[in-house]
Design a protein around this ligand. Sequence first.
Ligand code: G6P
Length: 590
Amino acid sequence: MCGVIGYTGKQPAADVLLDGLTRLEYRGYDSAGVATVFNGDLHLKKGVGKLEEVERDCCISRLPGTTGIGHVRWATHGGVTVTNAHPHLDCLKFIAIAHNGIIYNYQQLRRKLSAKHEMVSETDTEVVAHLIEEYMLPGVPLEQAVARAVKEIQGTYALVVASTVEPQTIVATRKGSPLVVGIGKGENFVSSDFQAFLPHTRKVLFLDDEEMAVITPGKVNIHSAYGKKVFRGSVTLDIELAVREKNGFDFFMLKEIFDQPQAIISATKQEKEALQKAANLVNSSRSVVFTACGSSRYASLIGRYMFSKIAHRFSDVIISSEFGYFGDAVDEQTLVIALSQSGETADVIQGIKEAQSRGAKVLSIVNTIGSTLARMSDCTLYLNCGAEFAVAATKSFLSELVVLYLLSFSVAGRLEEAETELVKISALLDENLRLNNDAVPKAANMLSKYDKFYYIARGINFAVAGEASLKLKEVAYVHSEGMSAGELKHGTLALVENGTPVIAIAPCDGTRDDILSNVSEVKARGAYIIGVSDKPDKLFDMYIEIPRVNEYFYPLVSIVPLQLFAFHSAIARSLDPDRPRNLAKSVTVT
Ligand code: G6P
């Protein structure tokens, strides 16, 4: 799983590719590489680590030539090593390829090719370079060799290929992983994400599955899997370049936590027509199923609760990677609501394809304009929270909640109530962030010697416990569990010892009395209680204050100090909360 980019034109390719890769790093940052074509040779530099480390160690920017391909990696097959980093070459070193996806039949292909070809890496990708080499007979154009090679591949791919045989051509093809071509003047681009080349052009062509683009500085030709020419007009994107600005904060995650009062306001500003269309889709469907991964799934669980409480609609949440096993009852009367910050998460896209093949309608709630998910949906509501750079979702999670509140209240014909409440909450949150900016780092430092935490909550706050626990795992590498407080006594209580930190989300809503009674149970077994509430209680050993809000809106204010807690827990352990080990912002493999 990774990000790919290709360029051919008149500028130094290494500069264009390197700059583009900085905007693809959210797709993987364990290794990176670039290959350029110059004077009849391929020039390759690749290394392990974040892009800036690879550039520091290998000086990618010094590669010569005006045509090349680049890659940022999140390892799937083969460890994080220089040899496994992309681009990969064929035996004769005249073909270079970079790949996003998974080649399922790579072992079989490897066996088939191994008599004639020497594979140097453990990756699934390298076989494709050798397969193209097999078909690259004298007089055969690169595009034809690539077309023959991909016919043998089973799996998902966004492939970009460069070769000394056609020194100013990039061949790009996809199946299941996104690719978009950028049209410039005397130069052309291709990448997993148009953000990679947005400083150069806004004119784009989105490739569909099994299409191939043959890109030279002056021309882009697109063919279908059957070699038929595809005529497709370009679109000019009306999208801002995502500016990587920390605004005085040391880390993106902290900046994005502090962006949240404004994010609430921005997400509240939905286009009325789109919101109405979305509400109509809910009202005209027989059943509603949410699907998402990670933080977006926790947001969906809160959506399910709001749908029940406010819209009086029963709904369910299916983890996207489980959709294929579990979506049997989905039909043309079903509305699937897909939540995704990136709009590129492969599991979500696969789930949606499955739902659409059964005739379901799709409403998506996404942040990234022009993303694959947004383009596949019948209706899309946008988060409007701006680019989120830290791997761990914060402001996008909160914005997803805002959109879900607006949607649930719209379905019930009570939109204005939600809008008024959300504006009030934005101001309260701003105040609360300043208050907790002192208290929470102290708490995180004090508790930094503990290596397991339990988050407990009930009702609508149950998903907040899950999301808060996920934040701690993601950025501070601490084992934690977010659970329904009522379930404690059915097993987890056995793990509670003297001093075990238990974070209880106990606002003054309908869950308060029950949760306090669960707090008493764990406290009786020696737990150290951190109460997150708008009202102190003698049971709390530590108190994290949140503002008092309407009872349905507590998730918006209770998650924020817990995001801060996870952030400061990472800092207390000398970790980089923006780019945690083994993770990526957008997971583009299933
Ligand atoms: C990755 C990220 C998570 C995110 C999840 C879903 O695992 O590390 O932070 O919640 O993907 O991402 P999406 O873009 O679909 O919301």
